[in-house]
Design a protein around this ligand. Sequence first.
Ligand SMILES: Nc1ncnc2c1ncn2[C@@H]1O[C@H](COP(=O)(O)OP(=O)(O)OP(=O)(O)O)[C@@H](O)[C@H]1O
Ligand SMILES: [Mg+2]
Length: 269
Amino acid sequence: VSRVTLPRALTIAGSDSGGGAGIQADLKTFTVMGVFGTTAVTAVTAQNTLGVTGVYPLTPAQVEAQLDAILTDIGTDAAKTGMLFDAPIIEVVADRLRRYKVSNLVVDPVMIAKGGHPLLLPQAQAALRANLLPLAAVVTPNLPEAEVLTGFPVHTKADMVRAAHRLVELGARAAVVKGGHLEHEDADDVFCTGDEVRWLHSERMPTRHTHGTGCTFSAAITAGLAKGLSLMDAVLQAKAFITLAIKQAPALGGGHGPTNHLAWLQEHR
Ligand SMILES: Nc1ncnc2c1ncn2[C@@H]1O[C@H](COP(=O)(O)OP(=O)(O)OP(=O)(O)O)[C@@H](O)[C@H]1O
Ligand SMILES: [Mg+2]
């Protein structure tokens, strides 16, 4: 038996029973990108393409036990956070990421599901800002999340650049402010490290099948970091990954369907 080396990536996030977002999107993305995935589940959600019908958070101790199990034995080359639900969970996650010196960290500051269901309690927003931004190699908010984290309106491309700079001032080493919610404009995201500002361009595809786009995008960045790509290259590759996954969405369910995590595999055999 030959010894194979696989890059490792950890996702700390919620379970999406519908398979399009959360832990499921992350694991599919890691796998397709050639990375071995591990998971610390923060909450179980009952949801499909029509919406969220139940949120069942785990306790902070249960999240902590999963992180200890993974990080004392298997280890990880990169990690991402998604749905964290409440402040006590955020605090144990930040503590464990610091203790095990996980420096390739992608923070996707998930707050509200597309149907309006809260995935982070409003009283936990400050904990996310204070505890996780300073640990992030990159933070990847959508427009409403960028508004909450910065405290100012984010509606235009100029606002997006300003928000990205502000997120770096708040402690993240870099930020990608995503333009998925920019109405009547292309789906352009802005990447900023403080010194460097770079736009990631995509045409806006006329589709309602965008469930889990944010999770998938941040998981693809994490996979790139696990493989040793520079942050810039990991972000560019992730943008290509999500664009292809949206373009080839499988049209499942009666609402906002998932993207196609396998599309990348078909193009990169
Ligand atoms: N209709 C679209 N066409 C092309 N790209 C899109 C479209 N919608 C979103 N994207 C891209 O998908 C990625 C995720 O952005 P988005 O703003 O949708 O994140 P999000 O709101 O966090 O997603 P989610 O609701 O899954 O959490 C970004 O790169 C964005 O530009
Ligand atoms: Mg999101």
